[in-house]
Design a protein around this ligand. Sequence first.
Ligand code: AMP
Length: 422
Amino acid sequence: MKFEDLKIHPAILKALKDENYTEPTSIQAQAIPLVLEKKDVLGSAQTGTGKTAAFAIPIIQHLINNNQHEKGRRQIKSLIVTPTRELAIQIGESFNAYGKYSNLQNTVIFGGVPQNPQVRQLQKGIDILIATPGRLLDLINQNHISLRDVKYFVLDEADRMLDMGFIHDIKKLLRILPKERQSLFFSATMPTKIVKLSQEILINPKKVAVNPVSSTAETIQQQIYFTNKSSKKNLLLHILKNKDIEQVLLFSRTKHGADRIVRNLRHNKIESAAIHGEKSQNQRQKALEQFKKGQIRVLVATDIAARGIDIDKLRYVINYDIPNESETYVHRIGRCGRAGEEGVAISICEPEENAYVKDIEKLIKLKINVSDNNPFPQTDKPMSQKEKKEVDAEKRRERQKFFENRNKKRGNQNPGFRRKKR
Ligand code: AMP
């Protein structure tokens, strides 16, 4: 199939030629015609599938067609909400590239930087706004942004948005957005929470998907070690004795856990580094570059930090814990074995996580191989209900602290804006 077959405006086709895009990716071939027909779309696709162009191209086309009749200062007609500044910037660049022969203006806003330059951009009048949720709401509250004229709304990486605790911000936004609009909703995974959210946003959506979430798992060799919590450190060292594992991306549920793992590995002379939300952008970038250059053997990441990153030719993934959302497991192991390479995913499971493994196996419709080379097998009983409650309460406290810290940071940047307590 060619882009020409999708009835794309000549100004966009010319820009795509400049980008050397010869044919649409699967998600683009599926989504572009639907968006051009003004349908709401529920898209199941990860970064790297070409999903940005799948929504950017038809939105630019709608706006080219609408703009011929507009007079006066430009109003925001399309809003794209995405969880991180990196994604926001990338999306902005895509709109610039595909829309370079149109007369459309876009701007990108995100938190963590002074707001005034962004406000100045907004005041010039723009057609397309790409934003992260926090800064968007801040600027709406300060009357720097009106969403009154928004006709095309995109919620990008919805699952990640929820992981990052943006659900309340999204709900607030939905109350402000005009009801008459076309909405597009993209998420890499589709757990129940996400499907429910999509139902609040979309009307009679058409579904498009690439790589249904459970299928990636079939192409990756999977192995699991059942062990006790207290043996995990030593088990990891045992696994890493295998010299075939030249490099590995290791997932840890928490930031503190990630730091502890790195300390333990370094103590045992294994080069490693952590990337997570509390590391600065520079630190993350540096760790990633070192990993790509082969200077680091184990890159330890939390789920959120790992999502945006793309590591070519990664063969091994280790799950240092078993995620309680089965989709997260699929997402994690999908990081290895890309581009035709064989992937190996190794998971370490402590007794309290046994039940999660069952859920995962149900989702992937596959029994995960239990390693027969495990010097530290599980002997502890799974936790009692009471113990589990205590652990869950501890996790809740950790989460609460995360939000408090985040709000404190945001509050400092925007002293004029008070966020409601969650
Ligand atoms: P995305 O999934 O939107 O982050 O896109 C992943 C990468 O694929 C980006 O670098 C895009 O520039 C590139 N890309 C998107 N669509 C196409 C296409 N049809 N042909 C070639 N490259 C593309």
